[in-house]
Design a protein around this ligand. Sequence first.
Ligand code: PLP
Length: 424
Amino acid sequence: MTTEPSPDPDAPTGLLDRARQDYRDLAARGLSLDLTRGKPAPEQLDLSADLLDLPAGRHTAADGTDVRNYGGLQGLPELREIFAEALQVPVEQLLALGNSSLELMHDCLVHALLGMVPGAESRWVDQERIAFLCPVPGYDRHFALCERFGIEMIPVPMTPDGPDMDVVERLVAENAAVKGIWCVPKYSNPDGACYSDGTVARLAAMATAAPDFRIFWDNAYAVHHLTDEPAEIADLLAACAANGNPDRAFVFGSSSKITMAGAGVAFFGSSPANVRWLLAHNAKRSIGPDKVNQLRHALFLRDADGVRAHMDRQRAVLQPKFEAVQRVLETELGGTGLAAWTRPKGGYFVTLEVPDGCAKEVVRRAAEAGIVLTPAGATHPYGDDPRDATIRIAPSYPGLADLEQAMLGLTTCVRLVGYEKRPA
Ligand code: PLP
């Protein structure tokens, strides 16, 4: 997070007047712009256009499986091989499943509630209280799953190295009701943080009061780099196994933001016991995943290098947008003391911090001027950001010109609300 210095207390007045005038001009333009969800832009989806013509009459997987038929609960081996490296899961412990990793996280929660995870002494649903640690800011859909299933959420502050591990270690050690933690370990949603090796080591080794504690390791942005320095994170599954906690990690990933969002392939990786557990539940739920889509993806991406080359093409579309966001923030808010923001090296989001008590009002004023932002508070459990300071910016979907307009409008709203609250 870049913190801008506070303004000179003797600075000339009139900053609020200027912000008010800029806001009036902004509102008069009748914009209709959307910075809410981290969706790929059409140009990004176009990069995978060939998928629409695949598997081009083929219907046989490398092992001879007829992909048109039922079966193959583990998913196609050739596709699992392509993603094993990026997700840091041995191919025999990696499943290729449906079209959404969020769906897999949902299912794992349901199966843990209704059927015992390996190592559990009872079903989660039979316990009086179940809680998950939620690093904040975090991903609103993780929090929505907890709310849906009555799982209490305990916020844990994020640091540039991942969640504050002193807090995590204390909470998991003292309370057996704490059954899990949400983690987006690489280019985290929304602050772009990457978990340090030390954080991964501590997560793998820490003592937990719950014998059935699980790390929901949502590696959604494993290959989504925006610079020439791709982030590497430590191998959580291997670290858990090395520390005698082989069943601790559930690894999730998908090709949603690699190929086509909503028409990609989702992956689950874990210990052999956890993989058997999920497969046993999946066998009741489905007669097999969509192997035609899996074959299509294997033919299109070819191998891990194919994924890298494809992500370079994604980066060429995304990087100018992320640079534009930084440029506007620096030009318009740098030195005002009104904002701090992240400079992510990958992923899909930028986090903007405004003065305490201002985020909701900034989002409201932006909406009134035709710029829709993710609701303030969405980055925190129960939609409650206690400081009311965090705004998530999703630069991917709008075109560059619209994005710049939306960012200029947003910064106008930050100046307006910031100076109204703290007169210049
Ligand atoms: N996990 C994170 C952290 C995300 O940001 C997203 C989408 O924004 C998802 C999961 C959704 O992934 P999928 O499309 O595989 O369900």
